[in-house]
Design a protein around this ligand. Structure first.
Ligand code: PMV
Length: 317
């Protein structure tokens, strides 16, 4: 029997991380150059329901039934099974691989979930729509932190730039002018759950302070969305750097991330910020295409462990 494959891109949050957990808007775009891939094959001799998951990047090779209930794959397949109203899965082998850096704010968990859902859905004769994969992938996102905003599964499930507000219908963001980003990894792994909890504790301790920062970030996201739609790219860089300063005030940056932002700006980036949960992971820098390699090289000379150059295409939204 032939195998069935599907893939999904990584993502990056351009503006609005953390504020988005509190109902404010955020902007995220797919990053097509890095991808998660899922391959499904029938296991004709295995008993019904025997689902073998093989994910070498995270050293996982196990039967679904043996995984803890709160494991991302358990959550994913429980959600899929109840959504499709099936008693048992037929026996199959799911192999997932990914070139998306793990735990660095590029949506590797959501991309793996989306790729797996697409491949398994097709294998089961029930190809899933973008809306369905986004909805179901959200269930597995809960394994990483209890209150995910849903931005990762949305931008990756639909593979389009999004203007995302938690709990509201998805809105795509038209982008009139392509732009180039350098994504640089600090090499520091951070737990989104821990950083989101830390922000929550600070918010509980001083709601007025946190809320004023979230409001300010929301204004930046709105200004950035307008700039992206009109192609007023000159304002986009400064908005990024301003967003980074607000994330510093939320205490989710690190000296290492601040240094990478500074290096990118000194090397000619138009703006830079941390992206994702923070306290590790990536920074992103908006660059002129002809300057992208110079900025990437400067970052690599100063402790970035990896850089990804990506161009975000114009879209009609
Ligand atoms: O590090 P990432 O890409 O998983 O981003 C987390 C983004 C937060 O806004 C901090 C959390 C969320 O659920 O949106």
């Amino acid at each position: 029997m032939p195998s069935i494959s599907a893939s999904a891109p990584g993502k990056i949050i351009l503006f609005g991380e953390h504020a988005v957990v509190y109902g404010h808007p955020a902007i995220a775009v797919p990053v097509e150059g890095v991808r998660a891939k899922a391959v499904v094959m029938a296991r004709p001799t295995a008993p019904q329901g025997s689902v073998l998951i093989d994910a070498p990047d995270i050293s996982l090779n196990a039967l679904l039934a043996d995984l803890p209930q709160d494991h991302a794959f358990s959550r994913l397949f429980t959600a899929l099974q109840s959504y499709l109203e099936i008693d048992h899965f037929p026996a199959f082998h799911l192999r997932v691989t990914s070139s998306i850096p793990i735990a660095s704010g590029m949506g590797s968990g959501a991309a793996i979930a989306v790729a797996a859902l697409r491949a398994v859905g097709t294998f089961l004769g029930r190809p899933l729509t973008n809306e369905e994969v986004s909805l179901l992938a959200y269930e597995s996102e809960k394994a990483y932190h209890g209150t995910p905003s849903g931005i990762d599964n949305t931008v990756i499930g639909y593979t389009k730039p999004v203007w995302f507000v938690r709990g509201q219908p998805v809105q795509f963001l038209p982008i009139s002018t392509p732009f180039t980003l350098v994504i640089a990894s600090s090499g520091i792994h951070s737990s989104t759950a821990d950083v989101v909890s830390a922000v929550r504790r600070n918010h509980e301790a001083d709601p007025a302070f946190s809320d004023s920062i979230f409001q300010h970030i929301a204004q930046i996201s709105a200004d950035a969305a307008a700039a992206l739609q009109t192609g007023n790219m000159a304002t986009l860089g400064p908005l990024m750097t301003e967003n980074h300063q607000l994330l510093q005030q939320l205490d989710v940056s690190l000296p290492e991330l601040d240094t990478l932002v500074e290096i990118a700006l000194q090397a000619g980036a138009l703006g830079a910020k941390l992206s994702g949960a923070g306290r590790g992971g990536n920074i992103i820098a908006l660059v002129r295409p002809e300057n992208a390699q110079t900025v990437a090289d400067a970052l690599l000379r100063h402790d970035a462990v990896e850089t990804i150059l990506t161009t975000i295409a114009a879209t009609e939204g």
